[in-house]
Design a protein around this ligand. Structure first.
Ligand SMILES: NC(=O)c1ccc[n+]([C@@H]2O[C@H](COP(=O)([O-])OP(=O)(O)OC[C@H]3O[C@@H](n4cnc5c(N)ncnc54)[C@H](OP(=O)(O)O)[C@@H]3O)[C@@H](O)[C@H]2O)c1
Length: 289
């Protein structure tokens, strides 16, 4: 089995599951990856870039399946290399951003998914929501550290939009089942958390897991969006697009009946996952005791 993206949070958890189940795993890791040390001693590691067909071809020697976690945007190269190497089975990790009505989020994911679906390979696609669960996540651990330090938390807009973050081990379990179950071939699955929460609920649940009470300060979203839209019309370069601000208002809640039925997918509630994350961050001294 070839695994890309093994050094990421979901990749590491998927690697653990594959090794526990007795699969031989080769990880394709970019030369100079700052995260390569995370894999030490666990699996075979080969250097290479998943965006380069030549690197993939070398890594695919003797391999029967690919778990591609490194980004659905690289699907064209992965599919081409697999076809040329005669490797038939592909699990591709996309994202529920593919469902967004905002093109800058959905288009690259949908395009990658299209390449996978039209590949003629035995493919399966999984789409996690926002992944959390350790200091390696890009979102909840930052939120927890902020809440740990500050009694006040700014929320842009009303904070009533829905989120459904998935604990990284649940996401990896879903991806693992999707990879190993033959009936998952030609199927795609959303992998969200157990239930949707409003952003305010998410913040309060995270604060409660730290044993803190938080005072939320609401910051109106519309003036920020209008200012950004005006700057865009004037051609002023900006670090965020007005569409990105709009996406803060988009609900990110997804049913997962199909994954439950076909993969036995049973994600844990956010309360449980965030408590585990707080315990982990405390162990590392990243939040107070
Ligand atoms: N994070 C989320 O909340 C989230 C939500 C939904 C879906 N996902 C999906 O989950 C997957 C992992 O996401 P992440 O956010 O955890 O990613 P990440 O931290 O950015 O990690 C990306 C992983 O892919 C590797 N990678 C990237 N480009 C590569 C290339 N050209 N060649 C070889 N390896 C490459 C990285 O290796 P290095 O060690 O070299 O950086 C890393 O292991 C992605 O497919 C992402 O779309 C993530």
């Amino acid at each position: 089995m070839l695994l890309t993206g093994a050094t990421s949070l979901p990749g590491l958890a998927l690697l653990r599951l594959l090794l526990e189940a007795g699969h031989g795993v080769r990880c394709l890791v970019r030369p100079g990856s700052p995260n390569a040390a995370r894999l030490e001693g666990s699996a075979e590691v080969v250097g290479g870039d998943a965006g380069r067909v030549g690197d993939l071809l070398r890594a695919l020697e003797g391999v029967e399946a690919v778990a591609h976690v490194a980004g659905i945007e690289l699907a064209p190269q992965v599919v081409e290399a697999m076809r040329r190497a005669g490797v038939g089975r592909l699990l591709a990790v996309s994202s529920t951003s593919a469902h967004s009505r905002y093109a800058h989020r959905s288009h690259p994911k949908r395009e990658g998914e299209r390449v996978v679906c039209e590949s003629g390979l035995s493919w399966t696609i999984v789409r996690p929501t926002m992944i959390y669960g350790s200091e390696l996540d890009r979102n909840v651990h930052r939120l927890l550290r902020f809440l740990d330090r500050s009694p006040v938390f700014p929320v842009f807009g009303p904070g009533t939009n829905l989120w459904q973050p998935v604990y990284y081990e649940d996401c990896a379990r879903g991806a693992f089942e999707a990879l190993v179950r033959p009936e998952a071939v030609g199927r795609d699955y959303d992998l969200p958390g157990a239930r949707p929460l409003t952003y305010l609920e998410l913040v309060r649940t995270a604060a409660a897991a730290l044993g803190k009470r938080v005072r939320v300060v609401r910051v109106p979203l519309e003036p920020v969006r209008r200012a950004l839209a005006l700057a865009e019309r004037l051609g002023i370069p900006l670090p965020v697009a007005s569409e990105q601000v709009l996406r803060l208002r988009e609900d990110k809640a997804y049913p997962y009946e199909k994954a439950k039925r076909e993969l036995g997918y049973m994600p844990r509630p956010f309360e449980e996952g965030v408590a585990l994350e707080v315990a982990r961050l405390r162990e590392l001294g990243m939040v107070g005791a």
